[in-house]
Structure formats: C-alpha cells, structure tokens
Design a protein around this ligand. Structure first.
Ligand code: FAD
Length: 430
C-alpha cells in the first residue's frame, strides 16, 4: 500500500467521465479521498453522447457509438445508480440516449462532481512508480502535458470505441461499402439498399430493426443457436455465417449466395488501454484483461482498478458495486489477499469457465447469470450492500425478451414498488 502521510488525503485519478468514471469519482469523494476525473471529451457522458462527427483521418478517433433513434435495451428502473434513480415522472421505461445523458448530468450536479472533473484532459500515459502512479495528462485546451501523481487509479475509459472486425475470406474483393456499427448513425444512409448485417448481439439486432425501415432488403448473418424472432421484420432474411465474400456479395456457410450493396459489421469491440504503459503489468488477449482479481483489481499493482469490464450485466449497478468493493481495500477497511491467492482465485475461475466449455478469451468477462454470484461475492468479501432483489428480478424479466419480443418488449412500463417487487404494465410481479 502507498506511503502517503496519514494527514494527507489519498489521491485518486479516474480516467474517463462516462457512467463508470462518474460513479468512481462520486464514491471516491464520499470515501474521503481526493479524487479527480479526467475526461478527454468536451462533456461528460461518454457512450451516451450522440454526434454525427466522423473520424477526420485514420489516426482520429470518435468515442461514442451512439446512433439516432436508440432506445435503451434495459429499463430506466435498472439503469439508475443504487443511490440515485431516474426521475419517476419519465413515462417510458425504455428511454432515449438523450434522457440517459440528462440523467448522468443530473447525477454529476446532484453529487457536486463538476469541480472534480477536468474536461478536455486526456490521460496519455500511466506508469507505476515505487509508491504511487505517474499520470501524464494532455490538456487539449492549452496543448500542454504534465505529469501528476496519484495513489490510486480507476480505469474507466469505456469499451465501445475500437471496432472488432473478423477477418473473412475475400473481404478485400467485396466492391460495395463496408462499415462497423461504431460509425453507424442513421438508417437513412441505407435507403433502398440491399444490406448485409453481420452479428446478432444487442447492436446487430437493434440496428437491423432500424435499417430495415429504410433498406430494400436486409440479410442478418449470425451463428446464434437460438434464432432471433425476426418474423415481424418483413424484409429481413436470416443467414448463417459468411463463408467468403465475392465482388458483389457473399457465399454463406449453408452454400447460399446473396448480393448486396453495403456490409454492416455489428461484430463487437476490442478492449484497449492505450494510455497504460507496459509496466502497469496488464495484458489483453482477445478482450481477456489479465491478471485481474475479481475482474477489477490489477493483481500486479492492486492500487489500480478497472471498472466495467464484465458484460451481459446491469452496467450501472455493476460499476457501482465494483467501485464500492475496491474502495473498501483502497481505504484500508479491508486487506487484499496475497498476490498468490489472487492469482489462484483467478486461475480457479478461469478454469471453471473453460471447464464449462467456454474456452474463449472473448468470453472471459462475460457474466449473464453469473453476475448474481459475482455480486454476492463482492458484497460478502467487502461487506458492502448487495444489489436489491427487485433489480435482479426485473433484469431477468427483460433478459430473454430482447431476443424473442424485440418488436414489442420496449412498450412494457415497469415501476419499482419496493425492494422485492415491481409492477409491469400495471400487473404486480413477484
Ligand atoms: P463510456 O460511456 O464509453 O465512457 C468512457 C469515457 O472515458 C468517455 O467519456 C471517454 O471520452 C473517456 N476517455 C477514454 N479514454 C480517455 C483518456 N485516455 N483520458 C480521458 N478520458 C478518456 N447500457 C445500458 O445499461 N443500457 C443500454 O440500453 C445500453 N445501450 C448501449 C448502446 C450502445 C450503442 C452502446 C455502445 C452501449 C450501450 N450500453 C448500454 C452500454 C454502455 O456503454 C454502458 O452502460 C456505459 O454507458 C459505459 O460507461 P463507461 O463509463 O464504461 O464508458
């Protein structure tokens, strides 16, 4: 643990001011730490900022993948923080990106975070020293870059910016247009086109539902074992994986062929941490970030935590739990296990995951049903409050609907009645 004198507040650097970074900042301040969040953008909110801006050149990066017309795939009743909910007077449960952004702004306002957020400040290098962290921050407004020193670092830089595009035979031969969902903004770009959408995750399914309104024909290629219900999507045809591209289309693994004008890759994102130097001791192999204890603590330097790596989760709640969990250790109320024990626990968990047949680095941080075991673990280890049963129930209620009732499930209106119950469309559900 660091050697900051006891009469001096310990200093926390938060990288990013999206949903995760704001939560890390707020909880660090409440824990009595001296915290600053650096945000490279001109405003807070990360993912939830919709902008039609495109990269200016191959070195330029646009952060947000937000598109026009998005409505959340989780109800606002589970998207709030445990100690700060969405206003009850928003009628819909499934809300717009702008409503989420407004909510994050009000969270920052409510907890008086603004004086602790430095906008247009990009963290470009983080390096461990003997007793603390050296953080180089580039101030975009003055074009200066200075080192600052911190006891703890929260890495909250987001994971939906660097496209992951699979390499498929013949891709370079295809003469039509190609795009990754990261840069998808509006459906009318596809007006009267024949479009191939690859991937049926949350983005692929949702974007298919938008693009089909403008496009002449959409082919949705995926390898899900459960076929999504696209029956309602008149001009959408499901296809298996692409075997190879041709100059005007593709051959699929079932031997069928189609021609199309545009390919839209909804094939996910890569976890990247460009500002972390190699001596931070973290490596990423196919989105498996390691070595981490409990998916968040850097085992090689336990004064660094990553917030929000797990996916198929309730994002805001898991961010909040990870932050409250790590703070118990950072503030000395709990002691980290030995390095050996942390490594052994990591190996055991990964062994169990691989043992379940999920021998895929890309799924190392996937949670789904496991998330509730994970929340219990964090709560028990750190003695922190767990997620309320009603959140768990509500999440389960929504879970499968995304695949099977994509066209209708967003018309559900939920209300949280108490810690155990919610109302859906006026009917009590226990
Ligand atoms: P981000 O929101 O990406 O924030 C990261 C911040 O870090 C950004 O502001 C960025 O500018 C900043 N940053 C990055 N690097 C640096 C640096 N070096 N220095 C300084 N600042 C830096 N979740 C839901 O709960 N419900 C939904 O319906 C939902 N829909 C989604 C739809 C889309 C299209 C996408 C892409 C995601 C969706 N998500 C949804 C997931 C959503 O991204 C998370 O819920 C959450 O917003 C992620 O927050 P974050 O803080 O981890 O990342």
């Amino acid at each position: 643990m660091m050697k900051t004198p006891l009469d001096q507040k310990r200093r926390v650097c938060v990288i990013g001011a999206g949903t995760a970074g704001l939560c890390a900042l707020k909880n660090s301040l409440e824990a009595g730490l001296d915290a600053v969040a650096y945000e490279r953008g001109t405003e807070i909110g990360g993912t939830w900022i919709f902008s039609e801006e495109m990269p200016k050149d191959e070195y330029d990066e646009v952060h947000s993948s937000m598109y026009e017309g998005l409505r959340t795939n989780l109800p606002k009743e589970v998207m709030g923080y445990p100690d700060y909910s969405y206003p009850a007077d928003i009628d819909e449960s499934f809300i717009t990106s702008n409503q989420v952004l407004e909510f994050l702004r009000s969270y920052a306002e409510h907890f008086k975070l603004k004086p602790h957020i430095k906008l247009q400040h990009e963290v470009i290098r983080v390096r461990p020293r003997l007793d603390d962290w050296e953080v180089y921050v580039w101030d975009h407004s003055t074009d200066t870059c200075d080192p600052v020193y911190y006891d703890f670092v929260y890495v909250c830089n987001g994971h939906y910016t660097e496209p992951d595009i699979p390499s498929v035979e013949g891709m370079d031969l295809f003469e039509g247009k190609k795009m990754h969902s990261h840069l998808y903004r509006k459906a009318d770009k596809f007006k009267d086109e024949r479009v191939l959408i690859i991937g049926a995750g949350p983005s692929g399914m949702d974007i298919t539902n938008h693009v089909r309104m403008s496009a002449k024909q959409v082919f949705l290629s995926h390898h899900l074992s459960t076929t999504p219900n696209t029956a309602f999507m008149g001009n959408v045809t499901q296809k298996p994986d692409v075997q190879r591209f041709t100059p005007d289309g593709a051959v699929f693994t079932d031997g069928s062929t189609e021609s199309f004008d545009h390919v839209l890759f909804c094939t996910g994102y890569k976890y990247t941490f460009p500002c972390l130097s190699t001596d931070v001791g973290i490596q990423v192999i196919d989105n498996f970030v390691q070595p981490l204890w409990k998916h968040c603590i850097n085992i090689n330097h336990p004064t660094m935590a990553f917030v929000g790596l797990p996916f198929n989760v309730i994002p805001t709640h898991i961010f909040d739990m990870q932050v409250r969990f790590t703070l118990k250790f950072f503030t000395g109320q709990r002691e980290f296990p030995s390095r050996e024990q942390m490594i052994a626990e990591l190996e055991q968990e990964i062994g169990e995951r691989w043992g379940c047949g999920v021998h895929n680095h890309k799924k190392a941080h996937q949670m789904g049903e496991r998330q509730f075991v994970y929340y219990n673990e964090l709560a028990n280890l750190a003695g922190i409050e767990n997620i309320k049963p009603v959140i768990h129930k509500l999440m389960k209620d929504c879970g499968k609907k995304y695949i099977f009732e994509l066209d209708t499930y967003r018309s559900n209106r939920y209300t949280i009645v108490d810690d155990e119950n919610f109302l859906k469309n006026g009917k009590a559900t226990s």
